[in-house]
Structures are given as structure tokens and as C-alpha cells.
Design a binder for this molecule. Structure first.
Ligand code: ARG
Length: 565
């Protein structure tokens, strides 16, 4: 039941659509006056009446029924009271019948969403800077799938550029097979860092690196083999992290994949008269749009990041015929995306409007940021390992007899890292704190996971005592029960909003809020010791429904739910 739509369908305001009314209906901060409220202030101008008079008049004609029990005017607000028994019946039936699909929809049927996320750089460490894109993209992937879309997850690998020439040069000078085989990305990164240090003193190294990169481009067998090996090593290393985070991709077509697909794009730009020469480089002038020019070819004829992204967008449209193509990339690249989206639009690609840069803020650790070149970089692998370790220590203290404690600690530790990156609105810069992320009483994944375990344990007790509770008569809900029911009813709209705004944080906040409502209910209402059998059965159904809803929300975020904690 979508109460906002339900209410809006029963209200007429001259010159205002039902949709606008539905959007204006809000949940008041203090629910003692009503479960929903329509503020009438913004209709005052159109209707030429005071908000208080409008609310009075609307209240007088509102048709109360078994869904919305009453409408009353207070100040400029029209307050609605939901029929709680009806709500209980409706929500419980919906959750129980849909189960792990509760909150899903088929609105995306026949539509395709491409999601470019994680998009790591070969031979560079998978550092904390790639955390957000990976988990945000992974969550959006799940959310859109849940809404019935065909989703294409793309890891647009950074596997092209002079840095690979540098790496080959460094490898040949100071590396060897055994060292790199053993050390993986870390060894490659050390070589890269050393190259930069030594090149500062000896600029000839840079020329050597350029020459090696040219060899890769020309298909030199030895250089290509090294490059492919570096790539395989990197992917093998990061796979461990993807497995922990439950992240998958449908395509690993990275920048080098577009090497032979850029020439036609450059040609098309030339034909359409968009290309101009500027100091030897080929550019598209974007001054009319308040942006610096988009450089397509450097003066030595080599392509750029933007050139490859244009080829990639065209390729994706042709291959997947997407309805939307999302790029989950840090806001530092805002200009890059604005520029090449604009160039595609100028080329007459009407689908350029379907390209979306899903920008997010920076994640840093309490002890400072990182730089790949200098080498003081925080590996995501280390952050996750430390979280698991801490989770393990906390669990040992809280529940020494916990079965399967290593697996639970992994689920809790990984969840804390993921949740830490998804809890805030994505555009915000955040500082990750181990203490905060693993606080059992905070706004954390472990708090939600613990709530799930608590619900599961109540249900287990009921099962052991042979108590059947499905399909029973529903008594009039008490306050804490009603508040919990309203929260449970809001999952479907929260999933929709998260997809609409590309904000998994809505689901993270929703999960915490719902867990809080459950815990309030758990304290206020005795479940197994309820006054009547009818109440006990109803509370058990509520508990089961809460477990389903929280599990669905966490799953969409990419976070696991341990049975016991
Ligand atoms: N590899 C790039 C980086 O780490 C991100 C690529 C994002 N995707 C894209 N199509 N440009 O900064």
C-alpha cells in the first residue's frame, strides 16, 4: 500500500495534480497527531485562501474508510490517521507472500541499465579510494535488478597509458618474475613508486617509458606479454576483494579494449566539423557551454581518457542498447563527464541524455589520505582485514560460545566497511572510523545485523516451543507495533527512491530506522510472554516480517545477515 498515493487519490485541489499532492504528503516528525500529513501552505497562493482554511475545508470532505480512518485539520496541516489493523493485515500479508522479493517490482522490464563501476587501474593498488565506486555500483546493480531491469555491470579497467611503459621499464631494471609473482599488486606498485623516485633524478627514464608504451601499442610481443601478465596478476589479486564484497561484473572491457574503436569516433567528429586544431592537438571547443575544450588527440596523435570514454559510450549503446548508462566515479571527474557527454550530444547522439555521472565524495581513514606515486597508500584489503579482525575480537567478548564465529566475523567486518561507505549521501566526503563502524549500538550494519539475529532467535524459540503463528487473527496494534508496521510498509517506496536518486544510502538509513523501531517494539511489547495467544502470534508475525525486510534491505546493499551473533 502506498499511502501517499491512496490519500492523494481522495483529495481534489484545483490546479494541483494527484501526483503533486502525493509528493507533498509527508510523515510528521511527531506521529501523535497523525501518521501522515499534508502541509497546505503551498496551496495558499493558488487557492487564495489561508492554509488553515484550506486544511479545514479538505478535512470536511475527506472520505474516511478502512484504510485512512480519519482526516483532521491542525493549523495549516491536514493530518491523517491510518487504520492500524488494516495496515497490519496488509503489510504482513505482503511481506509474507513476497518474502525475499518484498520491495521488488517489474517496472524495469524490457529496460537495460549499464553500470560502470569499480573500474580499477591495472597494476595500481586497490586502495580505499575505489571502495565507494565498488560498493555503490554493486548496490545500484542489485537495486536495479530487483526492480526488474536488465543490468550490465562494467569494470572499465584502466589498462591504457604511459604508466604501463613506466612499469615495463621499472620491471626490466629492478624487477624479476619471482618477485612479482610473489608480491602481486604490491610488488608492481613498489616498482612503480621506485620508477617515479628515480625518474626525478634521471629524466631519461621517462623517454624510455614512453618508448615501451609505444611498443605495447604497436603490438610488440615481449611488451604485450608483460602487460598481459601484469593485468592478469592485478585481476587475480582484486578478485579476492570482489569475492569478499560479493561484487560481480558482466564485462571487463577496459580502456585498451577501445584502442581500435577510437579512429571512427575521431573521423565522425571531423566529418561533423566539430574538431579544431589547437597548438597541434585536436580538440572540441566547448567555450559556448562554459567549459574548457575537450581534447581528443594530443599533438603526437595519441588518444586521451575522454577519447576512449566516447568510444566506450558508443560501443555500449550499440552493444547493449541501454536506457541508462551510469558512471559511478568520484566527483573529481565531474568536468570530464560533463565534457564528453556534451561532445556526444553535439555529435547528434540523442541518447547522450541517458548518460549519468553518479558522482560520490572521498573516503579517507582517520589517519590520513593517500597517494599512489609516493607509496603511502591504504590498501582496501588491509582495511577489510582489520575490520574482520576487530569484529572477531568484539564477537569473542560478547558471545564466546558463538558457533562458526570466523564466518560471522567476516560477514560483520565486511558489512561494516560496505555500510561505512553507503550510509551517507554519496556526494559527501567521509572519514572512515573502525570504532564507529563496529559500534553495536550505533547507526551501523552490525546494529542491523544484531537486530536480525535477535529476531531470528525469538522465532527459533517459538519454533522450539511448537508455536504456530501464521494466518492468525490480528488484534488492534499498539503504538510500537504500529510504528514498526509503518516502517515495514515503506521498503518498496524506499527501493524506488534509492533507484531514482542513485542513493543506496536511503536503504542504509531505512535499515537502521527499521531496526530501531523493532528494538523499541521488542522492549515495549513482550513477544513470547504476550498477554494473549492472539497477541503473541501477531508479534511473532511482526518479528518474522521484520527479519525479512531487514534482510532484503541489507542484501540490496551487498551486506550479509548472520543467523546468530
Ligand atoms: N579508472 C578510472 C579511475 O580510477 C575510473 C574510470 C571510470 N570509468 C570511466 N568510464 N571513465 O580514476
Amino acid at each position: 500500500m502506498d499511502y501517499r498515493t491512496y490519500i492523494a487519490a481522495r483529495i481534489r485541489i484545483e490546479g494541483v495534480s494527484a501526483e503533486e499532492i502525493a509528493n507533498a504528503v509527508a510523515v510528521p516528525p511527531d506521529t501523535t497527531l497523525g501518521d501522515y500529513a499534508l502541509p497546505c501552505f503551498k496551496f495558499a497562493r493558488i487557492l487564495k485562501k489561508s492554509p488553515a482554511v484550506i486544511a479545514e475545508e479538505l478535512a470536511a470532505v475527506y472520505p474516511a474508510d478502512e484504510v485512512i480512518e480519519s482526516a483532521s485539520a491542525v493549523g495549516g496541516y491536514l493530518n491523517f490517521r491510518v487504520n492500524k489493523a488494516g495496515l497490519a493485515n496488509e503489510v504482513l500479508t505482503a511481506v509474507e507472500s513476497a518474502g525475499s522479493d518484498y520491495g521488488s517490482s517489474d517496472m524495469g522490464r524490457g529496460k537495460t541499465v549499464c553500470i560502470d563501476y569499480s573500474s580499477i587501474n591495472i597494476a595500481k593498488p586497490f586502495h580505499i579510494g575505489h571502495l565507494s565506486t565498488t560498493v555503490l555500483g554493486g548496490s545500484l546493480y542489485r537495486i536495479f535488478k530487483f526492480l526488474g531491469y536488465r543490468t550490465v555491470g562494467i569494470n572499465h579497467l584502466g589498462d591504457y597509458g604511459t604508466q604501463f611503459g613506466k612499469l615495463i621499464s621499472a620491471y626490466k631494471r629492478w624487477g624479476n618474475r619471482e618477485l612479482v609473482e610473489k608480491g602481486g599488486i604490491r610488488a608492481l606498485n613498489e616498482l612503480y613508486v621506485r620508477f617515479h623516485r628515480e625518474a626525478e633524478a634521471d629524466p631519461a627514464l621517462d623517454d624510455e617509458a614512453r618508448a615501451y608504451f609505444k611498443k605495447i601499442e604497436e603490438g610488440d610481443a615481449e611488451c604485450l606479454a608483460l602487460f598481459d601478465w601484469f593485468k592478469a596478476l592485478t585481476l587475480k589479486d582484486v578478485q579476492k576483494i570482489y569475492d569478499l564484497l560479493g561484487i560481480t561484473f558482466d564485462s571487463y572491457a577496459g580502456e585498451s579494449f577501445y584502442q581500435d574503436k577510437m579512429a571512427p569516433v575521431v573521423e565522425e567528429l571531423r566529418e561533423k566539423g566539430l574538431l579544431v586544431e589547437s597548438r597541434g592537438a585536436q580538440i572540441v571547443d566547448l567555450e559556448a557551454y562554459g567549459m574548457p575544450p575537450c581534447i581528443i588527440l594530443k599533438s603526437d596523435g595519441t588518444s586521451l581518457y575522454a577519447t576512449r570514454d566516447m568510444a566506450a559510450a558508443i560501443y555500449r549503446k550499440k552493444t547493449y542498447d541501454f536506457d541508462k548508462c551510469l558512471y559511478v566515479v568520484a566527483y573529481q571527474q565531474n568536468l570530464h563527464f560533463k565534457q564528453f557527454f556534451k561532445v556526444l550530444e553535439l555529435m547528434g547522439k540523442e541518447w547522450a541524455k541517458d548518460l549519468v555521472h553518479v558522482a560520490y565524495g572521498m573516503v579517507s581513514l582517520e589517519d590520513g589520505a593517500m597517494s599512489t606515486r609516493k607509496g603511502n597508500v591504504v590498501f582496501l584489503e588491509d582495511v577489510i582485514a582489520r575490520c574482520i579482525e576487530k569484529a572477531s575480537a568484539i564477537l569473542k567478548e560478547k558471545n564466546p560460545g558463538l558457533a562458526d564465529s570466523d564466518r560471522v566475523a567476516t560477514t560483520v567486518g565486511v558489512g561494516a566497511v560496505v555500510f561505512g561507505a553507503l550510509y551517507n549521501s554519496k556526494i559527501k566526503d567521509i572519514t572512515f572510523s573502525y570504532e564507529k563502524a563496529l559500534n553495536f549500538d550505533g547507526e551501523t550494519s552490525v546494529y542491523v545485523q544484531y537486530t536480525c539475529a535477535r529476531a531470528a532467535s525469538v522465532l527459533q524459540k517459538a519454533k522450539e516451543s511448537g508455536i504456530a503463528y501464521m494466518g492468525t487473527e490480528i488484534p488492534a496494534p499498539e503504538t510500537a507495533e504500529a510504528e514498526l508496521l509503518k516502517a515495514l510498509s515503506a521498503l518498496p517506496e524506499t527501493v524506488l527512491a534509492a533507484a531514482r536518486d542513485y542513493e543506496p544510502s536511503y536503504l542504509a538509513r531505512y535499515a537502521v530506522d527499521t531496526a530501531q523501531k523493532f528494538n523499541k517494539f521488542y522492549i515495549d511489547c513482550k513477544i513470547m510472554g504476550a498477554e494473549t495467544e492472539e497477541k503473541r502470534a501477531f508479534r511473532l508475525r511482526l518479528t518474522a516480517a521484520t527479519l525479512t525486510v531487514l534482510t532484503n534491505a541489507l542484501t540490496l546493499l551487498g551486506i550479509g545477515v548472520p543467523e546468530k551473533m
